[in-house]
Design a protein around this ligand. Structure first.
Ligand SMILES: *[C@@H]1O[C@H](CO)[C@@H](O)[C@H](O)[C@H]1NC(C)=O
Ligand SMILES: *[C@@H]1O[C@H](CO)[C@@H](O)[C@H](O)[C@H]1NC(C)=O
Ligand SMILES: *[C@@H]1O[C@H](CO)[C@@H](O)[C@H](O)[C@H]1NC(C)=O
Length: 542
């Protein structure tokens, strides 16, 4: 062996040792955020309103990070109400302690702070954060989250010239306390007053692009009550990612985005140099509301012209067909190199089927919303804390059935028990006329099927067991069902909820307790040393 090749081998060994050392001893990078939450005047629909701002901003600051990074987010609550932020689609591996919903965390009292410690472990994609309590979401307090792929893992398309985050959704002129009073009074919310794109409804937000270049738009529906359709005048959108799944790169004229969902598309500025409308409009609503913003070419010769492009004119069939066209790119990398190659979600046998039917019962003379007849009511103590500190009487396992009962509705602090590492099927059944959107925290699931009518075991024959997307939020069309397969590989207390905020607030949610008797740090992080205590956990040592 020549001296040269020998030294190459030595160098290779040296590099391996370093890489190895990094993997074992190296910590993933940290990013620090210090946020102050306040009320402030905002004018999204042209009238003054009390908004919820983060560091004076609405929408709040964007979180930009890379797979596996640690996010240290210190939040000071300067509202006059208890406050929590939650992280839509961030999986919180082993870490439901930081999920920021009432079942996992004590609210941050007015004037106090709490530091969230999250890790975006094994994730990529487009998500958002939002305030989870007391209809705060209707006042803002939300912002985008982008998890970029690590530089060593190629993405399945050329790096775009730039990225934009679009937070779109419905909006009410009434402030959150007024909306909350309507719900507390036992009524549903009225229709929203308008739609916003990045906090603006009356004046247009503008996105500047260079002619000939390709940009990535990450779009989330951050609204509280309606699905939206999204489109850009004169431009096609190439879908590349859905909530962390790289998709088959199909072209769309417009996309239906349901409550809580996130999509990313590539748009090439390949049209004559002028300005173009970007439009979001409501879907599945009696009256169509819309908002426009502007795609501005940097060398634009003229402003927007012509009517803004219209959305699809039919609802259910169009939308369901589009939903079925979303496919996983089986050769594309995810957070790790090509994980799909070894993970065949469709070949694993499910060991349990959970059927969840939504309903809108009147309970004690008031409008409530329920799942399998149970309308969730929160307790004074977070369920996760009660579980950990073994405080009895807060909740009981099995307080929501696995299948619809067909009965009326009743109030309950509902928690469903589930085994760590089980592989389950969940069927969302919607016999109502209303559009539904379901989200499961701490997990992702494979959307194997959806169709009109009643689900039956024979519906399984139509499942896509080959190349469907996995995501965290699935729509359920009126008088239809959606089925998902879900690996329960994350120990914790996880919120399963409607992303329709009136329904969520009035009980259409519950908690899934993914449990293992093995008490190991490999399976679950210890309780954070800074955990806030409240209710029956007050004065207990974490
Ligand atoms: C959070 O509150 C603690 C205790 O009151 C205080 O020591 C700390 O400085 C606060 N942190 C921030 C970022 O405000
Ligand atoms: C799928 O991903 C590969 C990268 O592995 C990419 O080259 C290809 O264009 C993608 N195909 C489609 C149809 O999206
Ligand atoms: C799934 O179940 C079928 C039928 O019971 C069985 O034949 C098959 O081996 C199982 N597959 C796996 C991966 O366990």
């Amino acid at each position: 062996m020549s001296l040269a090749s020998c030294s190459w081998i030595l160098l290779a060994v040296f590099v391996l040792v370093i890489l190895n050392g990094y993997c074992i001893f190296g910590e993933d990078p940290y990013r620090f955020f210090t946020w102050e939450v306040t009320y402030g005047d905002i004018y999204p629909l042209g009238v003054k309103q009390q908004g919820i701002l983060i560091n004076g901003q609405f929408p709040g600051p964007h979180i930009e990070c890379v797979t596996n990074e640690n996010l240290i987010i210190s939040v000071t609550n300067n509202l006059d109400e208890p406050f929590l932020l939650s992280w839509n689609g961030i999986q919180q591996r082993r870490n439901s302690w930081q999920d920021g919903v009432l079942g996992t965390n004590c609210p941050i009292p007015p004037g106090q702070n709490y530091t969230y410690v999250l890790q975006v472990k094994d994730q990529i994609g487009s998500f958002f954060y939002f305030p989870s309590l007391a209809l705060h979401k209707a006042a803002g307090g939300y912002g985008g989250i982008t998890i970029q792929s690590r530089s060593v893992i190629p993405i399945p398309f050329p790096k775009p010239a730039g990225e934009f985050t679009i937070l779109a959704g419905d909006w009410y002129k009434q402030n959150h306390a007024g909306l909350r009073a309507i719900l507390d009074g036992g009524h549903d919310l009225p229709s929203p007053d308008g739609l916003l794109i990045n906090g603006r409804g009356s004046s247009s937000f503008s996105f500047t692009v260079d002619q000939g270049k390709t940009y990535r738009f990450r779009i989330s529906n951050v609204g509280i009550s309606t699905s939206i359709n999204f489109r850009i005048q004169g431009h096609k959108m190439m879908l590349v990612e859905v909530e962390g799944t790289h998709t088959m790169q199909n072209l769309y004229d417009s996309l239906d985005i349901h409550l809580g969902q996130s999509y990313s598309v590539l748009v090439t500025a390949d049209q004559p140099a002028q300005d173009y409308y970007i439009v979001a409009s409501t879907r599945f609503t009696p009256q169509v509301l819309s908002v426009t913003s502007v795609l501005h070419y940097s060398n634009s010769a003229k402003g927007v012209s012509g009517p803004p492009p219209v959305g699809p004119t039919t609802e259910l069939d169009w939308s369901i067909n589009q939903a079925r066209s979303l496919r996983r790119n089986l050769t594309a990398n995810g957070p790790r190199p090509n994980p799909q190659g070894s993970y065949h979600y469709g070949l694993i046998n499910t060991t349990r089927i959970i059927r969840l039917a939504n309903s809108a019962p009147i309970i004690n003379g008031k409008q409530r919303y329920a799942v399998n007849s149970v309308s969730f009511i929160p307790e004074d103590t977070p369920l996760k804390l009660a579980d950990y500190l073994k405080i009895s009487g807060v909740f009981s396992l099995g307080s929501i059935p696995d299948s619809p009962t067909g009965g009326g509705g009743y109030l309950q602090t509902s928690v469903m028990a589930a085994d760590y590492r089980a592989y389950i099927e969940v069927v969302f059944e919607n016999s109502e006329d209303a559009m539904q959107s379901w989200h499961i925290d701490g997990n992702h699931f494979f959307v194997v099927g959806m169709n009109k009518g009643q689900w039956t075991p024979a519906s399984k024959l139509s499942y896509n067991l080959r190349d469907t997307i996995s995501r965290t939020t699935v729509q359920v069309y009126p008088k239809s069902w959606s089925a998902v397969y879900m690996p329960l590989d994350n120990v914790g207390m996880w919120n399963v909820r409607s992303e329709n905020w009136a329904r969520q607030y009035l009980g259409q949610q519950f908690y899934l307790r993914v449990y293992t008797p093995v008490n190991s740090l490999r399976d679950e992080n210890p309780i954070p040393s800074n955990a806030l205590l409240c209710g029956r956990a007050l004065g207990r040592k974490p």
